[in-house]
Ligand binder design. Structure first.
Ligand code: HNN
Length: 146
């Protein structure tokens, strides 16, 4: 579990993400599709788009915003997030059939993109965000199995 202090470090770094949620969300999805091409086929709306079309797609940007906003909601709960995760886990496991590994992949990508975009995202901030995303993914995984 994460301490109150660790959650506060996460929220401080995440405030930079909240200042441009669509831009960072878009960057995260584009990087995910570039680094892990298999993830693209999970999105019926995007899977037939070329790399250039993905770059300029308003739908990709809109979905990136949804992802970031959901993480903002979850992180603000500082671990008391079960009620937020259950519907997300159910739709992604049963309806969208997303392997849990894809949540690990996007977690790595989120930290990478944050490190590129945020000037003062040091080792402590990175470690705290990594840990928060690990808690998030683990707790989603619990609902996947139930
Ligand atoms: O739950 C839902 O079905 C509502 C739409 C939604 C939300 C709120 C989706 C979603 C869809 C449906 C898209 C639509 O309705 O047009 C699909 C096909 N996701 C996917 C696919 C893959 C995917 Mn995700 N999501 N999502 C959310 C919310 C948040 C969210 N999704 C995620 C990952 C890792 C993947 C595989 C690459 C993902 C994450 C990490 C998050 C943020 C917590």
């Amino acid at each position: 579990a994460m301490s109150e202090g660790e959650w506060n470090v996460v929220l401080k770094a995440w405030a930079h993400v909240e200042s441009d949620p669509a831009g960072i969300g878009q960057a995260v999805l584009l990087r995910l599709f570039a680094d892990h091409k298999e993830t693209l086929s999970s999105f019926p709306k995007f899977k037939n788009l070329s790399p250039a079309e993905l770059q300029s797609s308003g739908d990709v940007r809109a979905h990136g915003l949804i992802v970031v906003n959901k993480l903002t909601e979850v992180f603000k709960k500082k671990g008391e997030h079960a009620n937020s995760l259950k519907p997300l886990a159910e739709s992604h496991s049963k309806k969208h059939k997303i392997p849990i590994q894809y949540f690990e992949m996007i977690s790595d990508v989120i930290v990478k993109v944050m490190a590129e975009k945020i000037a003062d995202f040091g080792a402590d901030g990175q470690a705290a965000v990594r840990k928060a995303l690990k808690v998030f993914t683990t707790d989603i995984g619990i609902f996947y199995e139930s």
